[in-house]
Design a binder for this molecule. Sequence first.
Ligand code: UDP
Length: 406
Amino acid sequence: MFKIRDYEPVVGGEVIDELELFASRLSGKVIQNVNSTAVGGGVAEILIRMIPLLKDIGVDARWDVIKGDEKFYQVTKKMHNALHGGKVNFTQEEIDIFVETNRINAASMDLVGDIMFIHDPQPIGLVEQKIKDQKWIWRCHIDFSRPDEFTWNFLKNYIEKYNISIFSAPSFARQLIIPQVLISPSIDPLSDKNRDLPQETIERVLEQFNIDNKRPIVTQISRFDYLKDPVGVVKAYRQVKKYVDCQLVLAGGGATDDPEGEKVLAEVQEAVGGDKDIFLLLLPPASDIEINALQRASSVVLQKSLREGFGLTVAEALWKSKPVIAGAVGGIPLQITNKYSGLLTHTIEGTAFALKQLLQNPDYAKRLGENGHEHIKKNFLIIRHLKDYLMLFLSLYHQGENIVYL
Ligand code: UDP
């Protein structure tokens, strides 16, 4: 694991000095993070990197994961889809499962943080245990631009018991009686997923998966989730394949809190059929080097999401100076300015058009990737994120000072 001073060459020594000063003001405070999965998906990805860095600068940061059975994760996945605008109805039994699982977790966990930092809806009900003097933060990683009314109102009752809420993009801000702050997620430039790789490692990974390094590679890395539209990616690729002899890599694994993955994967397998130039790769957890190599080997990276909280995969690819074509949803437009640092699309046809354009214009594609890299470097690296969190923690004890609420 890295130390905070390892980031000096990337961000400069003064930034690190400032972080250490902030951290010293939090001395004696326990920051307890709670989410619903230790592996898979963007939330775990960030916590894995963030917690050791917080500890290294002297903050007593902890991380717990709630437990739930299959029924609970079916309900929370349904909730996730509803918050992303899907039409769903909840039965009383489902609501009871949600409430009861939160209650059971609350009873078995030590909720001892001075600051309780709760991520996403799954553990949101823990706030019922809030005691005087504790500060509770609800951190939303979801695209909240068009939530289902019932689900929103259900969650709102919990959210308003928190001291403060965090959203990833301005368009997710809601009407709430508690303050809301905007903090975007980030990637870690030193992690195995993002650090520079020797060319031999990239070649080895391509060989491992039998991918041809002579023809263009188009890649989407993501969980098999309807909202990432993997079948739409296959369709867009097919339209382009008539003009450019490219290969498609769809690589992803599951997350322990996402029960829908297998069904989506089966649909993608059917869409792929016997196409030898489509590589459907099921990656085990901790495939960071493989993901890094696949992104670096790509001519174009896709993230054809239909809804998206932030889309770390976009930042990861842009960091590697790759041209990215992505759905114009959620936090993606914060990362891509259309035709400047990538291309934003709304449809399968639009994605196919953009893909053909980039594969046929490598200079233009290169320029988009370079601009994208600069944008990520300035705005979406972990040190900026760490500083935002430290300032937020401090603001909870000095309300009104040095913090801009939405
Ligand atoms: N990821 C991974 N293995 C996979 C699929 C995704 O490690 O098989 C990583 C991906 O590189 C990114 C994160 O999981 O860091 C996904 O975050 P994102 O915000 O793109 O989407 P989410 O899964 O949170 O909706």
